[in-house]
Design a protein around this ligand. Structure first.
Ligand SMILES: [Zn+2]
Length: 242
């Protein structure tokens, strides 16, 4: 079983009462977080105690994916110093940066060749096409259920192949269909349609969304062009289970 809860779906900067990239992924006995963008810790705490979270995977170090990581370390420091029953936070990331603060937090270096077992989940990675090093993430449970998170990255054949057959595909959609894709390193709604048609996810979650305009335009546009699976527009606390 994999249960996805969207915590933050904004690209760039958070809207009021929203956060940038953050996804809670839960199984029968394992919880992990994919990315901790700005404002995500606060939004997460509305629905979960952060004390129960041990693993955070960081796709890359743009602030809309990593800004709250350092904040999360302080949160764990406070929890441990208050004597609460918590484990050190473990960050899985391309670089250590300022994530490691023993005994409150530790660091596991990952790259696109890494294969990790985190509780009941198997995790693999793919280097995406982005201005800084960035990893797309695949989470599989023991029954073969698969969640793929594109993180940030342009549409490439490798991303299509990495995403193929996912039960849940969290696809970044940084731009409206009538906009470009920012030159390189992101997808617009057109790119996401192409990715979905080729990868055929059961459930496509449109996320990393613009923080201006009417996001309903994006979901309407994609639903007209991808009909093989469910298309959901990410919003705080959206849940999908497989
Ligand atoms: Zn980025």
């Amino acid at each position: 079983m994999i249960k996805l809860t969207v915590i933050g779906e904004c690209s760039g900067a958070p809207l009021a009462s929203h956060a940038t990239s953050c996804y809670l992924v839960e199984g029968e006995s394992t919880s992990l977080i994919l990315d901790m963008g700005s404002a995500s810790l606060s939004l997460l705490k509305v629905i979960r105690s952060f004390d129960g979270i041990e693993h955070v995977v960081v796709s890359h170090f743009h602030p809309d994916h990593s800004a709250d990581c350092a904040v999360a370390v302080y949160d764990r420091l406070i929890a441990m110093q208050c004597g609460r029953d918590v484990k050190p936070l473990v960050f899985h990331a391309l670089e250590e940066r300022d994530l490691t603060l023993p005994p409150y937090s530790g660091f596991v270096k990952i790259d696109e060749c890494s294969r990790e077992e985190i509780g009941e989940f198997s995790i693999s990675y793919m280097k995406s096409e982005h201005p800084v090093d960035c990893l797309a993430v695949k989470v599989q449970d023991r029954d073969g259920h698969t969640l793929v998170y594109t993180a940030d990255g342009a549409l490439t054949d490798r991303l299509v192949s990495f995403s193929s057959g996912a039960d849940i595909l969290i696809a970044e959609c940084s731009f409206y269909p009538d906009m470009g894709n920012g030159g390189a390193g992101h997808m617009n709604a057109n790119d996401v349609c192409t990715l979905a048609v080729k990868a055929e996810p059961d459930c496509l979650v449109l996320s990393h969304l613009p923080v201006y305009g009417d996001r309903g335009i994006i979901s309407d546009y994609v639903r007209k062009r991808y009909e093989k699976g469910k298309v959901l527009l990410a919003s705080p606390y959206l849940e999908v289970s497989i």
